[in-house]
Design a protein around this ligand. Structure first.
Ligand SMILES: Cc1ncc(C[n+]2csc(CCOP(=O)(O)OP(=O)(O)O)c2C)c(N)n1
Ligand SMILES: [Mg+2]
Length: 372
């Protein structure tokens, strides 16, 4: 717009920071935060990223051989999930989207539960570990208002806990996400929204998703802080998360962290990304690989060795194999269970359908139909 002819003055300004500590080769660009000076902390993050990647590879192979449902890989995005969970406390609550198994594993969700979930078995969301963490949210962004609700409950109960909600770049275009940001800002809720910006929403690239210069600035519109981090630098993600969590815990309200990363794989196993992006774009992005970056850093610091790497890969594979065997040996639930957990008392037509499901030939039998 042209400058207005009135006595206009500037009433608001904002800036968005982009934080990073390691360059793509793993070299420190500035002094590292305290936690990152302890090699044991960094090795723990590294292990978690490697386990997440190993799980991804196995899950894709299982889907291809008909033993798992549609699966969304987090290849190249491991630092986002691991940096998030690495900063959270056990009593905080994670509301993940569908690429955060790296965070879920660190929080105590088991490999077995992840296999169950992706195999279509809802018992995979009944976590034995983090009981109050939310299940994987496949509907895009619908958990953003839920996170505000969780945070409101913490606030009303005067609990020093934080809700952490992870959404994709595409999700930030949705109305429910804008509404969630709005109430989080107005009520100064203890919630951290992380935008896992992997550059794509299926086949829609970031620059066609929104005309906003950054996604972090969407927080400014809702009255709270937003910043960007290099989402392939686990130290940067972990550090920004720690600050945001601390602020929320101390009553300082919400934050938004936009983690810039890249989806190196297909959107899901139901997608073929070669139809809408070039191989050369993808191969150039491998130079940003978060795992290679931290490995280079650890090797240069003398905090990691080839032998430890081999042992880690073998241990991850063994843990995954064990969970897989247990998953494959778990009988599926009977079809009647799909009627059992929605209504307190089943309406008549659903009672009939439940009975029909139970009497269908070859179906497993569940408990007798009761009016619930
Ligand atoms: C409410 C809703 N609309 C559409 C879809 C289909 N869908 C699945 S993932 C996706 C794109 C999401 O993009 P983004 O938020 O960037 O997350 P990413 O998949 O890149 O992690 C869409 C449109 C859905 N799952 N839920
Ligand atoms: Mg995306």
């Amino acid at each position: 717009m042209a400058t207005p002819p009135s006595a206009a003055e500037i009433v608001a300004r904002f800036e968005i920071r982009h934080g990073r500590f390691l360059d793509a080769k793993g070299r420190a660009l500035c002094p590292l935060p305290d936690f990152a000076r302890d090699p044991r902390e960094l090795v723990a993050l590294y292990r978690a990223m490697v386990l997440a990647r190993s799980f991804d590879a196995k899950a894709i192979a299982l889907q291809r051989t008909g033993r798992l449902g549609t699966y969304s890989s987090a290849l190249g995005q491991e630092a986002v999930a691991v940096g998030i969970a690495g900063a959270m406390r056990a009593e905080d609550v994670l509301l993940p989207s569908f690429r955060e198994h790296g965070a879920q594993l660190l929080r105590g969700v088991s490999l077995y539960e992840l296999f169950l979930f992706w195999g279509g078995d809802e018992r995979g969301s009944d976590f034995k570990g983090p009981r109050e963490d939310f299940p994987i949210c496949v509907p895009v962004g619908t958990h953003a208002p839920h996170a505000a609700g969780v945070a409101l409950a913490f606030k009303l109960r005067h609990q020093a806990r934080v809700a952490v909600c992870v959404i994709g770049d595409g999700a930030t275009s949705k109305g429910d996400v804008a509404e969630a940001f709005n109430v989080a800002g107005v009520w100064r809720l203890p919630v951290v929204y992380v935008v896992n910006n992997n550059g794509w929403a299926i086949s829609v690239p970031r620059d066609r998703q929104t005309a906003a210069e950054t996604l972090a600035q969407k927080a400014i519109a809702a009255g709270f802080e937003g910043e960007q981090v290099d989402g392939n630098d686990v130290i940067a993600v972990r550090e920004a998360m720690s600050r945001a969590l601390e602020k929320a815990r101390a009553g300082g309200g919400p934050s938004l962290i936009e983690a810039i990363t890249y989806r190196l794989g297909d959107h899901t196993t139901a997608d073929d990304a070669s139809r809408y992006r070039t191989d050369s774009e993808v191969s150039a992005r491998w130079a940003e690989d978060p795992i290679a970056r931290l490995r280079s850093h650890l090797l240069a610091e003398g905090a990691w060795s080839k032998e430890e790497e081999e042992r880690l890969l073998a241990d991850s594979a063994a843990a995954i194999e064990e969970a897989l065997e247990r998953y494959l040996a778990t009988p599926p639930q009977g079809p009647e269970t799909m009627f059992d957990f929605t209504y307190e008392a089943l309406p008549k037509d659903l009672l009939e359908q439940r009975a029909a499901a139970l009497s269908a030939p070859g179906e497993s039998r569940g408990p007798p139909a009761t009016e619930r």
